[in-house]
Design a protein around this ligand. Structure first.
Ligand SMILES: [Zn+2]
Length: 214
């Protein structure tokens, strides 16, 4: 893992761009401005603590900026007794925020890789989804970042990521189309080059194949 790869999978942050993080007070003042912009009175009882709550929520929603995918995926296991099948984690809950409107993107991710000598703890696949989901996102970028991080750190024979999600910027505003989900996929290595590997993965995430017995 060289510096260039590390930079490619840990995209620009405020600190990297040279913009200092504002103080908590400045962030709360910005929320107060938005409450006024919405047309309400930020001093009424119900809203008095809202700026502080929103800023605390942001610490949770955007915790992914402070996390390092390389560190997260670094611990691997090599005692696999020659296991060379696909590892698939289905239906990982995705909670992210669209970078254009700051509203939720809610859905699920399916992540697979074809190990090459080493495997990673299965919960790490879910955590790498969370890490990138807890940043401002578009679904296409989120899908690619998860796949690229696993590919670059584990160096497996292939990685596949499919995300299905609803975007509240489309369901609760704008064109108001509830029930619409967007599906994105990013396939690398064997999943891109070998149609039968890709088919096996797609069958597994659809609940076909062996996975349905679980
Ligand atoms: Zn949006």
């Amino acid at each position: 893992m060289n510096e260039l790869i590390a930079r490619a999978i840990s995209p620009a942050t405020a600190a990297a761009a040279g913009s200092p993080r504002p103080s908590r007070e400045a962030a709360e003042a910005a929320v107060r401005t938005l409450l006024l912009w919405a047309g309400d009175d930020p001093d009424r009882e119900g809203l008095a603590d809202t700026p502080a709550r929103v800023v605390r929520s942001y610490e949770e929603f955007y915790a992914g900026y402070a996390q390092d995918p390389v560190e997260l995926l670094a611990r691997t296991f090599e005692e696999t007794d020659g296991y060379d099948g696909m590892v698939v984690l289905r239906d990982i809950r995705v909670e992210s925020h669209c970078e254009h409107h700051l509203v939720p993107i809610i859905g699920r991710a399916h992540v697979a890789y074809l190990p090459h000598r080493r495997v990673v703890g299965i919960s790490k696949l879910a955590r790498v989804v969370d890490l990138y989901a807890r940043r401002l996102q578009i679904q296409e970028k989120l899908t690619a970042q998860v796949a690229n991080a696993i590919n670059d750190v584990l160096e497996p024979k292939g990685v596949a990521v499919v995300i299905e999600a609803a975007h509240q910027c489309m369901t609760t505003r704008g064109i108001h189309k509830p029930g619409v989900t967007m599906v994105t996929s990013h396939m690398l290595g064997a999943f891109r080059d070998d149609a039968s590997t890709r088919r096996e993965f797609l069958a597994m995430i659809r609940g076909g194949a062996v996975a349905a017995e679980a």
